[in-house]
Design a protein around this ligand. Structure first.
Ligand SMILES: C[S@@+](CC[C@H](N)C(=O)[O-])C[C@H]1O[C@@H](n2cnc3c(N)ncnc32)[C@H](O)[C@@H]1O
Length: 281
């Protein structure tokens, strides 16, 4: 097999990327498929096919940038979330698979509500809001973010999927219309500013505004929880993603704000990552 065959190039790239990624093979496949303008399945079907000079140059350049390291989602310009592809740029957090559990929970609740209205705080690529709209078209959704550049990406994703979500520039609740919602959902920044984890892996390449929240990591969650009762209908739900070690702090703040039925759910790594609660009557 020649050294510029798909299989040889994937083996070479996986060995190189192994130093920075525990998904070196997958990263290599996604990057090569992008350079070829083909789905990943093409690589498995045609392992002996030769790359031309342009394809090889494209692949080498992406491997170089991946080693910096830049996230694969930024290099190929998109990431899959809830079986939908979302435009993803360095202005947005890369949507994570564990966040899909927030969508699952909201959809379950929306199903039982007549004319549901939902607010998402800190929408990023718009992944949560748009996945919800795709599966619950009857739901009115307002989604906001404090970053105009981030919001532009969310709007591009709404156009891409032909979905109507009302995107707004807002500092948490500041610009939210004076109305009550059935559900408030948020995956806010929740890492402490001095957490060494921020210097690991791909995180330095992602917007710090999307990751960090003050010295404790809890500042955004505290604001979101404290003001939520003013924006929720009497039996409305709040649905929050948080760090694996923040379950107790989040539950405590929800209790202080008068929430009931507080439950924390575990993600697929068996870590407590989502807490939900209901506004009292
Ligand atoms: C962890 S990211 C989540 C993005 C997206 N919802 C997701 O789950 O992939 C947090 C988002 O909150 C936004 N954000 C940070 N501070 C904010 C604020 N004061 N008001 C509104 N959004 C804010 C960030 O710009 C970022 O897009």
């Amino acid at each position: 097999m020649k050294s510029s065959s798909i299989q040889q190039q994937l083996e070479r790239a996986s060995a190189i990327l192994y130093s920075i990624s525990c998904n070196a093979r997958l990263d290599s496949e996604v990057l090569l498929a992008h350079c070829l303008g083909k789905p990943r399945s093409y690589l498995m079907t045609w392992p002996e096919r030769e790359l031309d000079d342009q394809q090889l140059a494209c692949f080498n350049e992406l491997i170089r940038r991946r080693l910096q390291p830049q996230p694969v989602a930024y290099l190929v310009g998109q990431r899959e979330f809830y079986s939908m592809d979302f435009n993803t740029t360095p202005d947005t957090l890369v949507p994570r698979p564990e966040t899909e559990m927030l969508v699952d929970f909201c959809l379950e609740k929306i199903d039982a509500i007549e004319s549901p209205e939902l607010l998402e705080l800190g929408t990023g690529t718009g992944a949560i809001a748009l996945a919800l709209k795709q599966h619950a078209p009857e739901c009115r959704i307002i989604a906001n973010d404090v970053s105009p550049a981030t919001l532009a990406v969310a709007e591009s994703n709404a156009r891409r999927h032909r979905l109507k979500v009302e995107f707004q520039l807002s500092d948490w609740y500041r610009q939210v219309p004076d109305q009550l919602f059935d559900i408030i959902v948020s995956n806010p920044p929740y890492i402490a500013a001095d957490d060494p984890y921020l210097r690991q892996g791909d995180l330095p390449a992602e917007p710090q505004q999307a990751l960090c929240s003050g010295e404790s990591g809890l500042e955004a969650l505290e604001i979101i929880i404290a003001q939520a009762p003013d924006f929720l209908k009497p039996v409305g739900w709040i649905v929050l993603e948080h760090g694996y070690d923040q379950q107790q702090a989040v539950q405590q703040r929800l209790q202080q704000a008068g929430f009931t039925d507080i439950q924390t759910h575990r993600d697929f790594n068996d870590l407590p990552r989502m807490t939900v609660a209901r506004r009292g009557e």
